[in-house]
Design a protein around this ligand. Sequence first.
Ligand SMILES: [Zn+2]
Length: 207
Amino acid sequence: MEFVTTEGFRSNSTIVHCNNGYFYKIKCTRTNSKSLQCIQTDCSVTDLIVENLLYEKRTHTTHGPDMHYLALVTLKQYILQRCVEECTRLRVIYEEETSRTQGVEHHLEYTSLLRTMERTRAAAQPKIPGDLMEYAGNLVDAGYVHLFRTANGRAMFRGFVMGPPDPGSAVVFISPSLENLLTSAQNFIYYMSRLKAGPLFYKQNNC
Ligand SMILES: [Zn+2]
């Protein structure tokens, strides 16, 4: 039978299936063939892939086809993707995504997925920067855009002020509603001058 290879439910896993509700993990890869093992732990069925065709050697006697598995994989992928791209609370992401599904949400418990969600979010965070310049690099990294938003979701102005060696440098975050005041607000310039980096920032902003 012709088969499909796709991402499995377990993290970084690959599964093989023929769109019939039975799923396999690759047990062994040889030059011209692959051995497959059913993903159900209580099932001992092993199949074979030879020349891009899957050969079923035995029938699954301990379980029937699982018609929810692929939908469950997709649901998990959506949830984890949002953990990477958003700062939304994990519980909210879980509830929003599971509410959009029909029939598979009961197969994905929040408590069993929580640790994976936490790990996924933590892995997507920038590393603790070694210096201010490295931190400034995170500010413009497209992968971290969601980390620099105001409470109402607007993109926050963020910039790096390269000061002379003596006063030093600074990273600034400014509400977008104040952004148009940057070049004229005397208070802001005064504030930045208190950081001993104001005049240079003023010049940078006018470039
Ligand atoms: Zn099986």
